[in-house]
Design a protein around this ligand. Structure first.
Ligand SMILES: [Zn+2]
Length: 428
């Protein structure tokens, strides 16, 4: 038996004072003043909040192919420390995760690490080449629900239409797009605008995102049948408006935003520090504010990290040749709540049950109630801490939040009844 004692519970049914008792992999009791025998373990939640474990829709675990930057194990450890009990692993590995055999391999690494449930997403196109579809039906039959060529847009409209038509036949499958019109961003390195101009670098216009989202939404309407479509890492105000209208029209669409797009702008790139290079790029203040509003009012469904580890030597290259991407798993909660000012209840929804629903994960993001799986995190919303890049559990150190003093930290994480983090320390 494991008792989480003290603090408040926050889940789909609101906030209340309660202890949580776990037996095996399930919650067995929720209430005030729960008692246990001397053999039970107790996790202290005094002054903290107990909530469903977080679910990241967008994690780059880098295995296979770039194990110097991250492995399933190190990324899962970073996830557990960030309060995550489930990670959707992006398939832009090397080789790309586009087959049942590869999906099973990534899952198996996740099980061996035992720090989070790793759910591989698979590519939309074979080899992520953008030329022909992967075997989506076979991947779906093996349990894959999220399909994406993330890193690249699926540029070919006919191929995108075919992917949506196939997904329409597979209940719960979602086609997730890296929405940046490939032709418009091909040579770009950061947001198109005065900062790019001052650096003498080619930009990636926000319009590239707007064009792809608008095109895809038109395809979603054309395909019909409640096919599910998801916009990865929205970065511009125009995307928010397109999604708002599509939802009002009844389309089954969803959208995520990253902590970095809620807190950083392209002004961060003015010193040409590649730590701030990411795709889609950091945008303008007005985009950031529109994204915050949309997350608060529910147009944006989920916060996803786009955790993208890169080795120090690759990130030390000049801006134009450094790879895009930033770490995110261990800092997401603090950045979203403590810096972007998203109310705690809203942030937890966007970090937990809403992404679980999008990814079709029935064992995560569940209410804190008897009979439910014990995938839980306990967070201290008032805990102040400094982000120190080389003390993060990730194998890489490319966080844009280094030296920030932030508020809000994960105290404990529990995966199927077993603590993966106790008092801010990973248990394996
Ligand atoms: Zn992407």
């Amino acid at each position: 038996m494991l008792l989480i004692r003290g603090g408040d519970v926050i889940d789909q049914s609101g906030r209340r004072r309660a202890d949580v008792l776990i037996d095996g992999d399930r919650i067995v009791a929720v209430g005030i003043g729960l008692q246990v025998g001397s053999g039970a373990s107790v996790l202290d939640a005094d002054g903290a909040v107990t909530c469903p474990g977080f679910v990241d829709l967008h994690t780059h675990l880098r295995q296979p192919g770039n194990e110097e930057a991250e492995t399933v194990e190190t990324g899962s450890r970073a996830g557990a420390l960030g309060g995550y009990t489930a990670l959707v692993a992006m398939p832009n590995t090397s080789p790309a995760t586009d087959s049942v055999a590869m999906v099973r391999q990534v899952r198996q690494w996740g099980e061996a690490a035992g720090l989070a449930d790793v759910h591989p997403a698979a590519t939309i196109t074979a080899g992520r080449s953008g030329e022909q579809l992967a075997d989506l039906a076979a991947l779906y039959a093996d349990g894959v629900r999220v399909f994406t060529d993330d890193g690249n847009e699926v540029a070919d409209a006919a191929l995108m239409r075919a992917a949506l038509e196939l997904a329409r036949q597979l209940p719960g499958a979602v086609i997730a797009q890296h929405a940046e019109c490939a032709a418009l961003v091909a040579a770009g390195h950061l947001n198109e605008g005065p900062v790019a101009q001052a650096l003498g670098l080619v930009g990636r216009p926000g319009t590239a995102e707007e064009i792809t989202v608008a095109r895809d939404l038109a395809l979603v309407a054309l395909v019909g049948g409640n096919v599910r479509y998801h916009v990865l890492h929205a970065s511009v105000a125009a995307t928010v408006e397109l999604i708002r209208r599509a939802k009002a029209a009844g389309l089954a669409v969803s959208v995520e935003v990253t902590p970095q797009h809620l807190t950083l702008t392209d002004a961060c790139c003015s010193g040409a520090d590649p730590t701030f290079k990411v795709n889609p790029p950091l945008r303008r203040e007005e985009d950031l504010l529109a994204l915050r509003d949309a997350l608060r009012d529910g147009v944006i469904d989920a916060v996803a990290t786009d955790h993208a580890p890169h080795t120090p030597d690759t990130k030390a290259r000049p801006f134009a040749s450094a790879p895009p991407g930033m770490l995110g798993l261990e800092t997401a909660l603090a950045v979203v709540v403590g810096r972007a000012g998203i109310p705690l209840e809203r942030a937890i929804a966007a970090l937990s049950w809403q992404p679980a629903r999008i990814a079709g994960l029935s064992e995560h993001g569940r209410p804190i109630a008897p009979g439910e799986p014990a995938n839980i995190c306990v967070i201290d919303p008032n805990r102040r801490w400094e982000v120190i890049a080389d003390r993060l559990a990730s194998k890489s150190h490319n966080t844009p939040f280094a030296h920030w003093t932030v508020t809000g930290k994960v105290r404990h994480t529990v995966l199927r009844g077993t603590p993966t983090v106790i008092d801010e320390v990973a248990q394996r």
